[in-house]
Write a protein of this length. Structure first.
Length: 659
């Protein structure tokens, strides 16, 4: 059976390698326990110490945590700093000016190295250009770019002038981009002419044009365009080439010193209801956790080559590309392409070529590369020299033990600890994760909370449940990098994360269980209507709204997730059309039409894998759709649950036969 499949597995424990344990920042479980005990005894004192040791403050903070208006917690509030200063100037001043900060590998394999000195100069030039075009402290800037040096520079430049950025993943559609531009009230969009992925040029600037044409983006005064491919694009008076606006700009720029609570960025993510929410992060608390988790979870050292494969459009790319490694003076890879181009050995070849020491990716990528490697030795990790690797990481979704074992054995050569890091857009950085020189690993478990993170499992009333019993994952105490609010909607922030019955604990939205013996956490999946497809978060309601907005065709739609071997979960849509239920080729054609529609409304990542048509949906007498029954049908299982409240039981057979 393929290791990519989810199989029950004999679980082993893996202790940290002795040499790593000896030299790690957090060395051994005693050191981990001591840090946890320090935080337990004096939560604020623990975080204040880290903030003083890891960040450079322009004005030191005198108060650590303000809890006077929960859940609107403030950290280090009277301190001032600048995130870009911390990531760049500080390292240049510390003697790292000629050290390589970014190793950019383009889709076609060409490599560009950027030193700290160069990255600082580029950032200052872009910051000056933004200021010259009237971007002020507090103005929002939307960044719609693919993986590039310029993407990282754009984020750093915004941070330098105190303009919160909102990066929108390059795979989102014009409609999704428009919604984010409107919600942020952005004054500027930074984009590229096109992006280059998997040997193909794909549009970016044209999508920005479409987004703005949809209306509601009146605050946007300028669109700055990085020339990536030179492909033909339309041009309007609001457009400016990046190389033109930076041409005469000075390569020094005094950082804007901002209060620690000043928003560093907004990042949109899906919730169980309504439109995606703009998660707002702070400057001081966020940057602290980005730096501290990069240091401890990846045990980052001066000679490391760190590679996080995430896109800067997701939170992982923010924390572990744009901020964490740079705050520590690290060297990191920025990869433009896709794992399967020119073949599925691309990751392994890049690890070999760049002598990557710490590698951080998502289980979906691993599972798809397992399948490719099992089919073709040429793209199997054994065909590459991966001996530079020291630590492997996993993020975004549960990693099944079989894939964990394969990753450990074939990529890590049996000698590299795997850090299975649980966290969220809202948490800013790792929450529950092994530390590689301390924590004994159990495949499939994210193990224990990061020191200073009061993670726990409770019932619906916020009472602790004993180990071995599942419940809601909560965080009992505020932490520095926590979400500050949902941009423009503080009530939604409170309602989503701090429901009154949970005693003031942060509700993560995931179920979890702790091992009866070890207390290790395993994440059991979302407790709300949020799906995790290839590590991408999607709200079922968002996809349903997209489907029913196809008003010509669709009368009603319900979306659920079902397990999938490669992508973790797959999107399954049940649709009632305004016309008779189609079958055969006609059903296939309409399903394709609806998939494309969703791709246009949200983006290709939201396209349903399965679409089933029915004359109706299973509903209660009061007209509520019974999604739990649809979940069984989506899995291909017989519905054995209680259907006594179902008004139209015959519909179940119709939906089930419609495979
Ligand atoms: O369900 C959890 C899952 O991903 C969700 C967060 O998604 P997002 O905000 O997009 O951030 C992804 C990158 C941090 C969580 O609520 N998740 C994330 N990491 C893990 C995970 N599930 C299991 N194990 C993980 N290591």
């Amino acid at each position: 059976m393929s290791a990519a499949e989810h199989t029950p597995h004999e679980l082993k424990t893996y202790d940290p390698p002795a040499d790593m344990k000896a030299h790690a920042w957090v060395s051994g479980m005693d050191a981990y326990d001591a840090l946890c005990a320090e935080a337990e005894a004096d939560h604020e004192g623990f975080w204040a110490r880290q903030a003083r040791e890891l960040l450079a403050w322009k004005t030191p903070f005198t108060r650590t945590l303000d809890e006077s208006d929960p859940p609107f917690f403030k950290w280090f509030e009277d301190g001032t700093l600048n995130a870009s200063y911390n990531c760049l100037d500080r390292n240049v001043a510390g003697g790292l000016g000629d050290k390589v900060a970014l190793v950019f590998e383009a889709d076609d394999g060409s490599v560009t190295r950027v030193t700290y000195k160069e990255l600082l100069a580029k950032t200052c030039r872009m910051a000056n250009a933004l200021k010259a075009r009237g971007v002020n402290k507090g103005d929002r800037v939307v960044i719609y770019m693919s993986m590039s040096v310029e993407g990282v520079v754009a984020m750093q430049a915004c941070a330098r002038i105190g303009a919160p950025h909102s990066v929108v993943f390059g795979g989102f559609s014009a409609q999704s981009l428009r919604d984010r531009i409107e919600d942020t009230g952005a004054v500027m969009v930074i984009t590229a002419d096109e992006q280059q992925r998997g040997g193909k040029a794909l549009p970016l600037k044209a999508i920005v044009d479409d987004a703005i044409a949809l209306g509601g983006c009146d605050a946007v005064k300028d669109v700055i365009v990085y020339k990536r491919t030179g492909g033909a694009i339309a041009w309007t008076p609001r457009d400016h080439w990046l190389h033109d606006v930076t041409a005469g700009a000075a390569d020094t720029c005094e950082p804007e010193w901002v209060g620690a609570e000043h928003p560093l960025f907004l990042l949109y993510t899906s919730g169980s209801t309504g439109k995606p929410k703009g998660v707002q992060h702070s400057t001081g608390g966020y940057l602290l956790h980005a730096a501290l988790t990069t240091k401890w979870t990846f045990d980052l050292k001066a000679d490391d080559v760190f590679w996080c494969t995430a896109d800067i459009g997701w939170v992982t790319g923010h924390t572990y590309i744009a901020y964490g490694p740079l705050a520590l003076g690290g060297t990191e890879i920025v990869f433009e392409g896709v794992p399967t181009y020119p073949d599925a050995g691309r990751f392994w070849k890049m690890i070999q070529d760049h002598k990557v020491t710490k590698f951080y990716t998502a289980p979906t990528a691993i599972r798809s590369l397992i399948k490719a490697a099992e089919a073709n030795d040429k793209v199997h990790p054994k065909s590459y020299d991966l001996t530079s690797l020291k630590i492997l990481g996993s993020v975004g979704e549960p990693i099944n033990p079989a894939a964990w074992e394969w990753y450990h054995e074939h990529v890590g050569g049996g000698r590299c600890p795997i850090v299975d890091t649980f966290w969220q857009t809202e948490t800013g950085g790792h929450m529950i994760t092994p530390l590689p020189g301390a924590t004994p690993l159990v495949p499939g478990s994210c193990t224990l909370p990061f020191p200073g993170i009061a993670a726990a499992i409770v019932d619906e009333l916020g009472n602790d449940v004993p180990n071995g019993t599942g419940g809601l994952l909560v965080v009992k105490k505020p932490w520095p990098s926590m979400i500050r609010t949902i941009f423009g909607d503080p009530e939604r922030f409170k309602k989503s994360y701090y429901p009154p019955e949970l005693k003031g604990y942060y509700l993560a939205g995931d179920g979890s269980i702790r091992d009866a013996k070890t207390g290790y956490f395993t994440i059991t999946g979302r407790i709300d209507d949020v799906l995790n497809v290839s590590g991408h978060r999607m709200g079922t309601m968002e996809i349903e709204s997209a489907l029913v907005s196809c008003t010509e065709l669709v009368a009603e739609a319900a979306v659920v997730g079902r397990p999938d071997d490669t992508t973790g979960e797959a999107i399954c849509a049940f649709v009632v059309l305004k016309r008779a239920r189609p079958t055969g080729d006609e059903a296939k054609a309409i399903a394709k039409q609806l998939r494309d529609w969703v791709g246009k409304e949200i983006g290709p990542i939201a396209k349903p894998k399965d679409i089933r048509f029915g004359d109706n949906l299973p509903k209660t007498r009061s007209g509520k759709i019974m999604r739990r029954l649809l979940r069984d049908i989506a899995k291909g299982q017989k519905v054995t649950q209680d259907t006594s409240t179902l008004e139209n039981p015959a519909i179940l057979d119709q939906l089930a036969e419609n495979n």
